[in-house]
Write a protein that binds this ligand. Structure first.
Ligand code: FES
Ligand code: CO
Length: 339
């Protein structure tokens, strides 16, 4: 594994890695896979997603077994099968070929006409895909099953950034006073407390800290408060390979849990989506709350899209300080994971 490989080859570091190919990544929202097939790309592998007659999502290479037409420009038949746009072969539950229009009555499709499917799952309102053989679980967020919390989903965006740089950014709090001055960052508050790493709950590993956040009017919906500054108790942690969870607790007891998901489309292009769980009273519409987090995400995106290439994954290329301790530990574990 060499992060300094050919800078024009965007498939050599992450895409070729077996451990990443055996991991789950969020590639779409569940509600985006309904009445039409959808193309997604994970680690350089182009896949089609469709919801089959039994209601389950099927994921397969976006290539028809007949003459290799992409299937994603196809459509769903009246009985819920995916129709290839080239010669109309149809695919149903589990990717089974159910119909070859040119065949005589009673002649079944050839056995190799069935789609070779990928592992796919739905959780947290998202579609999770694995293009290898799943060797890890989907990140655990038990707030999903806690009736005190509601879940808010956001769009799946595409960033021209390596997913490794995104995960690194989401674990890092020292960019707040520089990158997030249009939202919650306080430009004077550059010093951060000594970082102590610890296992957090539910398999997450990271650190806890307290931070003051700016709370101008458009932040009020998210914080539930109207003072200029709010105190937040926070934690940031990761589960391998690339998932980050950030928790915020305000003095009012309001909790705001963020699952920040970076999915490698290729080495240097990624999907980004995040999921929020809150123990609020549902009085503020989801869009108002998410507007603030989306604005924060746009600040990270603007910054990160300036930084080319995959994050150097060896331990010596980058210079780190105490405040980067969690990032260094995540990268150390990621190297082991990918080895
Ligand atoms: Fe799909 Fe022929 S290429 S039916
Ligand atoms: Co940020």
């Amino acid at each position: 594994m060499n992060a300094l490989a050919d800078p024009f080859d965007h498939t050599s570091v992450l895409c070729a890695n077996a451990a990443l190919r055996n991991s789950w990544f969020a590639v779409a929202r569940s509600d985006e896979v309904t009445d039409a097939p959808r193309q997604v790309t994970l680690l350089g592998t182009i896949a089609v997603l469709y919801r089959s007659p039994n209601g389950e999502i099927v994921a397969a290479p976006d290539r028809c077994p007949h003459r290799e037409s992409p299937l994603s420009p196809g459509w769903m038949s009246a009985d819920g099968c995916l129709v290839c746009p080239y010669h109309g072969w149809e695919f149903g539950d589990g990717g089974r070929c159910t119909r070859v229009p040119s065949a005589s009555e009673g002649v079944p499709p050839p056995p190799r006409a069935h789609l070779a499917t990928f592992a796919v799952a739905e959780r947290y309102g998202l579609v999770w895909l694995c293009v290898g053989r799943p060797s890890t679980g989907i990140p655990v967020v038990p707030h999903e099953d806690d009736p005190a919390f509601r879940r808010l989903n956001t769009p799946v965006d595409t960033w021209q950034v390596s997913a490794t740089r995104m995960t690194d950014n989401f674990l890092d709090i020292t960019h707040f006073p520089f990158v997030h001055t249009g939202t919650f960052g306080i430009s004077q508050d550059t010093r951060v407390p000594h970082v102590e790493l610890e296992p957090l709950d539910d398999g997450w590993f990271g650190y806890r800290y307290e931070v003051r956040a700016r709370n101008e009017s458009f932040a009020n919906a998210a914080s539930g408060q109207t003072t200029d500054i709010v105190e937040r108790k926070m934690s940031s942690g990761f589960t391998l390979p690339l998932a980050v969870r950030s928790t915020i607790e305000y003095q009012t007891g309001l909790q705001h849990i963020l699952l920040l998901l970076s999915t490698p489309i290729d080495d240097v292009t990624s999907y980004f989506t995040f999921v929020v769980w809150r123990n609020d009273d549902h009085s503020v519409p989801a869009e108002e709350i998410l507007a603030f987090d989306l604005a924060i995400g746009a600040e990270d995106k603007r910054m990160l899209q300036r930084v080319p290439g995959v994050l150097p994954l060896d331990q010596t290329t980058l210079v780190s300080v105490q405040a980067d301790k969690c990032n260094v530990e995540w990268r150390r574990r990621l190297i082991e994971f990918m080895a």
